[in-house]
Design a protein around this ligand. Structure first.
Ligand code: LLP
Length: 420
């Protein structure tokens, strides 16, 4: 029987129900530590900022807090989780391309240290609201460095027509933004941010972005205290994916940054990076119970008790995954199966052509590397309950997110007249 950090999958499903999202805590800890320990320089300070959109909950945030990592949030909802978890406000970066006034006010009232500004309109909102609340805040401006990232078009963010940030060619507009910020007593311009995309397996895109950002800082000629180079570091979903190991990626980035800054004769106080997927992705496993198998003209289907509602990535990005049958992990593979979810969509296939031993009802199917953008993008489609999330570590397990129930889903189902 396949085990995750010393806990057998059948035990997990018997005690916690099915389907289940399970994280190996040791793997999360190792990844956070690897980033924090390797993204270090003698020339500037460094900060590892976890992109909490990949997966967030109180237990996850407590871990990051303890390991001296910071976080980014992209909405009032992600910020609310951080506030509830008492995550230190001076280690929160607030992102987003369309922050609502109430979200900006929420960030200011919680004394969030830094807002990452997306556009001129947002400068005006942040300045107005900081003035109104008399609340100081630091800001970075998100720059689009227009670097090709070699990833799925839905997760590339530095294309010429990306909705994120402001193009680095618009120097006058960026100078105007900084002037507006400088004119406000409460808002302090700290520097620039860029993020080129996600699930990037090579270093070239990052190197190009670093060079372009440093060149841009030199040209625009303003004092920059913080440079944030974003996230996007890839993980291994299948054997085709060969990500750069975290320590090597960090050292390569630091070296490139030190060289580029030295060559341009620019000094910054701090460089931040924002890994999300690579901290939680490979630590996460989705456990499902097999219902039926079905033979069609050309395919054999394995029906599982979850699907696109708990993992939209195959349907949305054609994302590839690997799986095993946990209770047959020593048996040889005999044929290929289509791993189909239970949603009423023909596209609800989690894996095509999975090579597995003979599959039967009640087998336990484990999908690997589902820790990032799995639970965080889960929905209630077809009114499925979102699974529970469990952290396991050295033979021990704890629940960190409860399973949704039909009753909790019905909490929002209200009927009341509205006075107009
Ligand atoms: N920083 C910024 C500004 C971002 O927009 C993102 C991701 C990150 C950091 C973290 O990127 P990561 O290290 O996790 O690749 N739902 C998609 C991924 C969307 C990523 C959005 N932004 C997926 O499932 O592949």
């Amino acid at each position: 029987m396949f085990k995750i950090s010393g806990v057998a999958c059948d035990t997990l499903l018997e005690t916690c129900g099915s389907p289940l999202v399970v994280y190996d805590e040791n793997k999360i800890d190792e990844q956070i530590r690897s980033y924090v320990n390797n993204f270090k320089s003698n020339v500037f300070d460094t900060e590892v900022v976890y992109a909490s959109k990949a997966f967030t909950c109180t237990a996850m945030l407590e871990k990051l807090e303890q390991e001296s990592a910071s976080i980014d949030v992209v909405s009032g909802g992600e910020l609310y989780v951080a506030i509830q978890a008492n995550f230190p406000a001076n280690r929160i970066y607030f992102h987003g391309n369309n922050k609502l006034d109430e979200e900006i006010e929420m960030a200011l009232s919680y004394h969030v240290q830094t807002i990452v500004i997306d556009n001129m309109h947002e400068v005006e909102r942040v300045v107005a609201l900081a003035d109104k609340l008399k609340q100081p805040v630091d800001v970075l401006i998100r720059i689009n460095p227009k670097v090709e990232a070699h990833t799925h078009e839905f997760i590339a963010t530095a294309t010429p027509d990306s909705k994120f940030g402001i193009s680095m060619d618009l120097v006058d507009e960026i100078k105007d933004m900084i002037a507006k910020i400088d004119a406000c007593t409460y808002v302090t311009f700290k520097g620039f941010h860029s993020h080129i995309g996600s699930q990037i397996l090579a270093t070239e895109g990052f190197m190009a972005a670093i060079d372009k950002m440093v060149g841009f800082i030199k040209d625009i000629n303003v004092d920059v205290s913080i440079l944030n180079i974003g996230g996007g570091f890839g993980v291994r979903y299948t054997k085709e994916d060969q990500p750069v190991p975290t320590d090597i990626m960090c050292q390569t980035l630091i070296e490139a940054l030190e060289n580029a800054l030295a060559q341009a004769q620019i000094q910054v106080d701090k460089v931040c990076m924002e890994p999300g997927r690579s901290i939680v992705g490979e630590a996460g496993y989705s456990l499902y119970t097999v219902g039926f198998t079905k033979q069609t003209q050309n395919k054999t289907f394995v029906f599982i008790d979850g699907g696109m509602a708990d993992n939209i990535r195959p349907a949305l990005y054609d994302a590839k995954y690997e799986c095993i049958i946990a209770n047959k992990d020593q048996q040889p593979a005999v044929r290929t199966y289509e791993i189909a979810g239970k949603c009423c969509e023909s596209g609800d296939i989690l894996i095509h052509d999975a090579l597995l031993p003979e599959v039967e009802a009640n087998d336990i199917l484990v999908m690997f590397t589902t820790g990032a953008y799995g639970y965080s993008m889960a929905s209630n489609y077809n009114r499925l309950n979102r699974p529970a999330v469990i952290f396991v570590k050295d033979g021990k397990a704890r629940q960190v997110i409860a399973r949704e129930t039909f009753e909790t889903q019905m909490i929002l189902d209200v009927q009341k007249d509205i006075e107009l």
